[in-house]
Design a protein around this ligand. Structure first.
Ligand SMILES: Nc1ncnc2c1ncn2[C@@H]1O[C@H](COP(=O)(O)OP(=O)(O)OP(=O)(O)O)[C@@H](O)[C@H]1O
Ligand SMILES: [Mg+2]
Length: 482
């Protein structure tokens, strides 16, 4: 098998042929060119992994070769051969994207070493690209990765809804990717050339939130020294992302309802009616339906917002995604550090699969990032790198560290969650919960099928899901799914 394809451009026949021979001898597929113009022609037509070119050539020079290469095939890497004294030009060429340079006179061993190093980078980049593309095609949309059946449905829904103007309400625990979904919807919508404006509704007290959303006139309240446009105005023709929508007060709820119905509002302290064209995407960690039932959220507003509900399952209910996302992060970190991606050790994989990730994808991201930093130059990320404590019990085989979620949750038979002092009833519940989630995963979250497999009525399955806080109980409203 060829190690890769190389083009050698040099006008000195002896030099050129020795390079060609040496490279062919160790398994590269080599072509050559004896003038700059012939080189340019071959660069344009062919696709080489590496181009080795003399800087000074008859016709086009090495600098032009670099520029053409980078323009036509950005993934091809170029090595320049320079004469003593032309190092400045070589440095300039590197600024244009050449990978490295070698100064004459050099031995074939020196050249082969550089070529080997560059080829490794090229292969790595190729693998990364292929992996990324595969991931993009199969399990991802707009940076949202999801192999799990329910996540695939989420991605499909997000894809479809992006091209419309429908209001989307994203449900999910903290760190599940609600904002990521809002970003994807906007970026893939016809409004992508306009602004995506984000407001965290929980961060501000009522009056400030009102002014933030709708703007205010000069003198509307103490401190309102000049007129200010609100987020709805700023998002005109674009998208407004209202995060933590479950937190807004009754007064803001009324104003919001009116904008959604009539696309009009007045600034705080103003009379002028302002019309806007805004697409709204909201997110909440709360069960908004329950908020309505308990009188904390207006029902009419709920229906205006819940046009397309998107429910993101928590990490612990889509174990298959843990690994896909973790692998993706390893690749991304390797690219950033220009290193070969690390692997997870077998025990580290086990830990990743068993841990519940209460902080969801955000916690997974932080965990992997920290682990890669701790693993330093090692090829493998170990279980104790994931935990991050210097005296991790995985390393020592001892007791779990106090305060370390990973060790406490995962060490078999440890006090915190299982074993000592746990009644049979508690152990049974713990098992039931995990088992129900497993079966739901296997049946693609069809509750009818899962109930059949589990030997339960649909109603008792629903009750158990509710009791164990398994998120699928929040079925979208009838007739409201897209
Ligand atoms: N499916 C996913 N694929 C890849 N990355 C993800 C996915 N979901 C979330 N992330 C990443 O996890 C992090 C948290 O996501 P995000 O901020 O969107 O969560 P959130 O639900 O808005 O959290 P919070 O409720 O705490 O605001 C981000 O860095 C995001 O890129
Ligand atoms: Mg968020």
């Amino acid at each position: 098998m060829s190690l890769g394809s190389i083009l050698v451009i040099d006008d000195e026949p002896l030099m050129r042929l020795s390079m060609v021979d040496a490279l062919q001898a160790i398994g590269y597929e080599v072509r050559d060119a004896s003038t700059g113009n012939e080189g340019l022609d071959k660069v344009r037509k062919g696709r080489f992994d590496v181009v080795i070119t003399d800087l000074r050539l008859p016709g086009a020079d090495g600098l032009e070769i670099v520029q053409t290469c980078k323009k036509h095939h950005p993934s091809t890497e170029v090595i320049l051969i320079t004469a003593h004294g032309s190092v400045d030009t070589a440095v300039q060429a590197m600024k244009h994207g050449a990978y490295d340079y070698i100064t004459k006179p050099f031995s074939m061993e020196e050249l082969l070493l550089i070529v080997e190093r560059v080829s490794k980078v090229v292969v790595l980049q190729k693998e990364n690209r292929e992996l990324r593309e595969e991931l993009e095609q199969k399990f991802s949309f707009g940076g949202i990765i999801g192999k799990n059946r329910r996540m695939q449905e989420v991605l499909e829904k997000v894809k479809i809804v992006s091209s419309t103007d429908a209001t989307v309400l994203v449900y999910g625990e903290s760190g599940t990717g609600k904002e990521l979904i809002a970003n994807a919807i906007h970026r893939n919508s016809p409004r992508s050339q306009h602004a995506l404006i984000k407001v965290s509704c929980a961060a501000l007290p009522e009056t400030l939130l009102e002014a933030e959303l709708f703007g205010h006139e000069k003198g509307a309240f103490t401190g309102a020294l000049k007129q200010r446009r609100g987020r709805f105005e700023l998002a005109h023709q674009g998208t407004l992302f209202l995060d933590e929508i479950g937190e807004i007060s009754p007064l803001v709820q009324i104003k919001l309802l009116r904008v959604l119905q009539e696309r009009q509002f007045e600034r705080v302290g103003g009379n002028e009616t302002i019309e806007v064209d805004v697409r709204v995407v909201c997110a909440t960690q709360k069960n908004l339906k329950r908020e309505v039932e308990q009188g904390r959220f207006r029902e009419d507003l709920y229906y205006r917002l819940n046009v397309v509900p998107v429910q993101i399952p928590p990490m612990r209910e889509r174990k298959e995604d843990v690994f896909v996302i973790a692998e993706h992060l390893l690749q991304r970190l390797a690219m950033r550090n220009q290193q070969e991606p690390k692997q997870f050790s077998r025990q580290a994989k086990e830990v990743l699969m068993r841990y519940s990730f209460p902080g969801n994808v955000r916690e997974l991201e932080n965990t992997v990032e920290r682990a890669v930093a701790l693993a330093q130059n090692a090829d493998e990320v170990q279980a104790w790198d994931l935990c991050g404590q210097s005296h991790c019990s995985y390393r020592s085989g001892g007791e779990p560290q106090a305060g370390c979620g990973f060790c406490e949750e995962l060490q078999p038979g440890k006090k915190s969650q299982r074993g000592n002092g746990e009644t049979l009833a508690v152990a049974r519940e713990r098992f039931e919960r995990v088992h129900i989630i497993d079966i739901l995963n296997q049946t693609g979250w069809s509750k009818t099928m899962a109930a059949k497999v589990l030997g339960l009525s649909r109603k008792s399955l629903w009750e158990k899901c509710k009791r164990y806080d398994i998120s699928s109980v929040d079925e979208p409203e009838e007739g409201q799914t897209l």
